[in-house]
Design a protein around this ligand. Sequence first.
Ligand code: C5P
Length: 221
Amino acid sequence: KKDIAIAIDGPAAAGKSTVAKIVAKKLAYVYIDTGAMYRALTYKALHNELDLEDEESLVQLLLKTDISFDHSDDSQIVLLDGQDVTRDIRSQNVTSQVSIVAKHKKVREEMVNRQKKLAQNRRVVMDGRDIGTHVIPDAEVKVFLIATVEERAMRRHKENIDKGFPSDIEQLKKEIEKRDQLDSEREASPLVKAWDAIEIDTTSLSIEQVAEKIFLLASEI
Ligand code: C5P
């Protein structure tokens, strides 16, 4: 069977990572969460009290920052300069500011270079906002997941509760809408469906149904 790359893009909280993990496991591929890379940089920048509008400082910081993934057990661990930040990068503080860091062209160029390397041997399921358009434009399978903002806020709410995080649905809705707007309207590789990506509206589908659809697309290659 041919080794392929699967690109999963879409707006915030559309179920990309949950579905990507299932598909990766089924295919024995590696799952790569590119959002975690932008989050890790944001976390470090906030820690160093950088001005998030300062593109040059952010690039300089990124160039001396190591972001890696540990896939050894079932759950994926995000390592920032060797330190486990898996939980920290999901904080409200990081979530509300990551789109500012991610809008900078030079930051994106460096991130995309790193992500291209991670995908060069195929056998990856990568999720993000620009995977099908910029990171792996020649991915064998490209999907664009969408769902209503109400559904996405509800899913994220349940996820938060499960993880023991504080959660407010109305606030989540606002945060998701704001992030989608920033991600869609930025100049550098905005959130947009690749012309050849298959759009899947997941609003009334279960996680398993979405994963199955993507798995079938992969099987057809
Ligand atoms: O996927 P996640 O919601 O964790 O992504 C966090 C943020 O990182 C997004 O809102 C977006 O600003 C940025 N991002 C991006 N390009 C990607 C992945 C994430 O700009 N490929």
